[in-house]
Design a protein around this ligand. Structure first.
Ligand SMILES: Cc1cc2nc3c(=O)[nH]c(=O)nc-3n(C[C@H](O)[C@H](O)[C@H](O)COP(=O)(O)OP(=O)(O)OC[C@H]3O[C@@H](n4cnc5c(N)ncnc54)[C@H](O)[C@@H]3O)c2cc1C
Ligand code: SF4
Length: 486
């Protein structure tokens, strides 16, 4: 155990953020660089090394949290990194972007603030990169088997890294012009600077993984042909079909899906564009949808110089404390103030958009909304509460409805979809088509980076066993994944 009295003598301290008026003028990460270093060992020392560490099962990767907390407390950063990488291929992504369900399951969190697990994680991995401890791990020998991975988000990257290290020859196919999936073109630079992603891709290249960008399977390459060329295929194509809002005025200029808006801002940061063709500059912006994607639109609009930013959510404002139906150690739905919300804007709950109104040139100018409330478990509109708010740019961030069916991927492979538009798979992540596996949002539906990595790792194990009859690749330790152990 790190420090037997740490949880009694040390309070919780989290990473410090830069002043709002400074950070909205750039796109760098919002945290003060190095602010964790002076406090992090003591923070790791708050871990109680519980007999039954519930944080392990709170984390979809089964991260060995008390073990690396102990090493971090003692300052043995190399050992901490080794333990961290034992279960997580990309801790610098999760350490920055994960909502940390592990902290909701931390035993200390029952009656005190939880251990800052995510901050310890990111410090361990950042220090490991700085110290040169994160190096390529190419396989000792090749299996002679080939695998195609479709999609280069966190699920595809995790699957590809595991399979390459197991000795298989892996090619990752990506339809975009750069590798990374939503890590590249969804998530803004101020949440995770892309240098972290680039560094991992370079590590993977050095290990032998091949990357092919601007190739869309199902459109540029026939899926069935791809299957014949490779011994196995992993589909990690995400859940990129966005939910729409078919109300009058949807066709007006200035009403866009969040994933039409955010990638352009990211392309400016990549140096491809000097100015985003869809920009919030000088405009009244309305973001429809109260989740992570919506918050990313809010932060992006602030940085582009919006005149005002309003975020709408149809559901009521969540509670700030756990509710009885979401007891410890579950991951509760709580009111969250993200860094983007700290930077300004208004959040409006329990409202539904009824229509958009435009000017004579067909540009959106107003958004009409009405308040809603739950009546007998159903959302109903409250009569007489209609109003309109200025809206010169509207982004729709209302979630995703499953994997993209517009290209031929699903049809050409002959894959089965469930009722939510996700690709059906079994406990070893195999689809009904021989040798074709699925991982991440494509099979799970819109989820989290930590789940995408966990599924990529688990699918890699399924593929390895399919190709060789056995596997020494680890599988994420989750009670629900027990079937993978056999
Ligand atoms: C704006 C936004 C912000 C988010 N923020 C967070 C966050 O802060 N924390 C968090 O945990 N989660 C967040 N998420 C969710 C998280 O990003 C996803 O759950 C995760 O990226 C899913 O990983 P994936 O690898 O399954 O798919 P994706 O990351 O979606 O990657 C799929 C890739 O497949 C490619 N592709 C699709 N079809 C084909 C094809 N036919 N041929 C070739 N390539 C193809 C796509 O171009 C894409 O690059 C966010 C999501 C969005 C949209
Ligand atoms: S990956 Fe997420 S859930 Fe797992 S330890 Fe890190 S922050 Fe916690």
């Amino acid at each position: 155990m790190a420090d037997p009295k740490g949880f009694l003598t040390t309070g919780r301290e989290v990473a410090e953020t830069r002043p709002v008026d400074e950070r909205v003028r750039d796109w760098n990460e919002v945290y003060v660089p190095g602010s964790l270093l002076p406090v992090i060992s003591k923070q790791a020392g708050r871990c109680m090394d519980c007999g039954v560490p519930f944080c392990h099962s709170g984390c979809p990767l089964g991260n060995l949290i008390p073990e690396w907390n102990d090493y971090a407390y003692r300052g043995d950063w190399a050992a901490a990194s080794e333990r961290l990488h034992a279960t997580n291929n990309f801790p610098e992504f999760t350490g920055r972007l994960c909502p940390a369900p592990c902290e909701s399951a931390c035993v200390l969190g029952i009656n005190r603030p939880a251990v800052t697990i995510k901050n310890v994680e990111v410090t361990i991995v950042d220090k490991a990169w700085e110290a040169g401890d994160v190096t390529p791990q190419p396989p000792e020998r090749l299996s002679g088997k080939t695998v195609a991975v479709i999609g280069s988000g966190p699920a595809g990257l995790a699957a590809a890294q595991q399979l390459t290290r197991a000795g298989h020859t892996v090619a990752v196919y990506e339809r975009a012009d750069r590798i990374g999936g939503l890590l590249r073109y969804g998530i803004p630079e101020f949440k995770m600077e892309k240098r972290h992603l680039n560094r991992r891709v370079e590590q993977m290249r050095a290990e032998g993984t091949k990357f092919r960008t601007e190739v869309e399977i199902g459109r540029d390459v026939d899926a069935a042909k791809l299957r014949r060329r490779y011994d196995a295929v992993v589909i990690a194509a995400g859940a990129t079909a966005a939910r729409d809002l078919p109300v009058p005025g949807r066709e007006l200029n200035g009403v866009h899906q969040a994933m039409e808006y955010l990638p352009l801002a990211n392309k400016v940061q990549e140096g491809d564009l000097t100015r985003a063709p869809i920009s919030a500059e000088g405009k009244h912006v309305v973001v429809i949808g109260g989740g992570d994607t919506g918050a990313d639109c809010v932060g992006t609009a602030h940085r582009q110089g919006a005149a005002s930013v309003t975020q709408l959510e149809i559901m009521p404002r969540p509670s700030e404390d756990r509710q009885p139906h979401q007891p410890w150690p579950t991951f509760p739905m709580l009111y969250k103030v993200t860094s983007a919300h700290e930077e300004g804007g208004e959040r409006v709950y329990s409202v539904s958009t009824t229509r958009f109104e435009g000017d004579e040139e067909g540009n959106v100018q107003w958004l009409h909304l009405i308040e809603v409330e739950f009546v007998d478990g159903r959302l109903e509109q409250k009569a007489g509460t209609e109003r309109r708010i200025p809206a010169q740019l509207v982004t729709l961030a209302m979630g995703f409805t499953g994997t993209d069916q517009e290209n031929g991927l699903v049809r050409q492979f002959g894959l089965e979809l469930d009722g939510r538009g996700n690709i059906v798979r079994d406990a070893s992540y195999a689809t009904g088509v021989d040798g074709v596996f699925v991982a991440g949002d494509a099979g799970r539906g819109q989820s989290l980076i930590v789940w995408a990595i966990a599924e990529g790792r688990a699918a890699a194990r399924g593929v390895d066993r399919y190709l060789t009859g056995q596997s020494t690749l680890p599988y994420p330790v989750r009670p629900t994944d027990r079937a993978l152990a056999v």
